[in-house]
Ligand binder design. Structure first.
Ligand code: 13P
Length: 355
């Protein structure tokens, strides 16, 4: 099939994912990363336990009211729930669209600085995406990572390479009917201020859309997943939530084309409540473009849920998930009242985070 064949469907899927008041649940942690999460509650990283935890997420009654899509790791896309029904079917029953992480992880960028990486997984991607589509996936994710350092990172090389990879990926999965979530994450690591983040993020996102144009990516059938425009985690600067919301929207307005239907932010190590508050303030602002401003959170949606589940308490885990999903749904309409839903006040930032 070709991109032209799927255009209408891609546009409809992207619009459903970016519907006002709904967002995406990112559950695509690699086996190693989910292992770290499970270890934090003393649960062993076995396939059975991963299935039990993710099965609990995907059978949370009412989740589809707040969540439009869920990003899965390959294992989950092809997995059955303990009751024998597929995980894909479970999501479909909730009205949640299944998606799939298609990148094969970060690799060191030769010619770049020590911390710089590129994202791998382009070989055979059109064919893989087509298998994922047959299995029920309707959208995809690819996470490229850039870091701001005192000695000049991200380099021009890293910006170009990561933008190019994102655009090649986006075009490749669109050929197989999957909506690409384009994720150029700027890590929070570093001591830089918010103005530096904004300047670099503008440059990176503009480069991504130039590469998308060269590759013929169909923007109406795609979504952007950026980090919010915040100061570095070790910065002395203290910016209030309103400033962060304004700077983030300014960055997006300067760099994201109006044809993109939705911007779904990652949480990137922000605490659960902060991620909701920043999103809420962004949605209170009058904006120049019509893109939906929503969420695609991993840690900020799952942290309390995992703690409450604690290996066997399904109803407590589901209640916590639903609470954060509702908070972020309200935030994506600009009507979240801070503190109206329970949250964990634990800091979720981890230096040099690997997904
Ligand atoms: P976080 O919200 O935990 O940053 O994860 C979102 C994600 O999918 C990162 O690729």
């Amino acid at each position: 099939m070709t991109l032209n064949y799927y255009k209408e469907e891609l546009k409809n899927t992207a619009a459903s994912l970016a519907k006002a008041g709904k967002g995406i649940l990112a559950v695509d942690e690699s086996t190693k990363t989910i292992g770290k999460r499970l270890a934090s509650i003393n649960v062993e990283n076995t396939e059975e336990n991963r299935k039990a935890y993710r099965g609990l997420l995907f059978t949370t009654k009412g989740l589809g009211e707040y969540i439009s899509g869920a990003i899965l790791f390959e294992e989950t896309l092809f997995q059955n729930h303990t009751d024998g029904e597929s995980m894909v079917k479970k999501l479909e029953k909730l009205g949640v669209i299944p998606g799939i992480k298609v990148d094969k992880g970060l690799r060191p960028l030769s010619g770049g600085n020590d911390v710089e990486t590129f994202c791998s997984g382009l070989d055979g991607l059109v064919e893989r995406a087509s298998d994922y589509y047959s299995q029920g996936a309707r959208f995809a994710k690819w996470r490229a990572v850039l870091q701001i350092t005192e000695d000049g990172c991200p380099s021009k090389l890293s910006i170009k390479e990561n933008a190019w990879g994102l655009a090649r990926y986006a075009r490749s999965v669109q050929e197989s009917g999957l909506v690409p979530i384009i994720e150029p994450e700027i890590l929070m690591d570093g001591s830089h201020g918010i103005n530096k983040t904004a300047a670099i993020q503008e440059e990176v996102i503009k480069e991504v859309y130039m590469a998308c144009q060269l590759n013929g990516v169909y923007l109406e059938g795609s979504l952007l997943k950026p980090s919010m425009t915040v100061q570095g985690a070790d910065s002395k600067e203290q910016n209030d939530p309103q400033k962060i919301a304004e700077m983030t929207i300014r960055t997006m307005e300067r760099s994201v084309p109006a044809s993109v239907p939705g911007i779904v932010f990652l949480s990137g190590g922000l605490g659960e409540e902060a991620a909701s508050i920043y999103l809420n303030l962004m949605n209170k602002q009058i904006r120049k473009a019509n893109w939906n401003v929503g969420f695609s959170y991993g840690r900020a949606l799952q942290h309390s849920c995992l703690k409450e589940w604690n290996g066997n308490n399904d109803s407590a885990g589901q209640k916590a998930l639903l609470a954060r999903a509702q908070a972020n749904s309200e935030a994506s309409k600009g009507c979240y009242i801070a503190g109206s839903q329970p949250s964990s006040d634990e800091a979720l930032f981890v230096a040099g985070y690997k997904y």
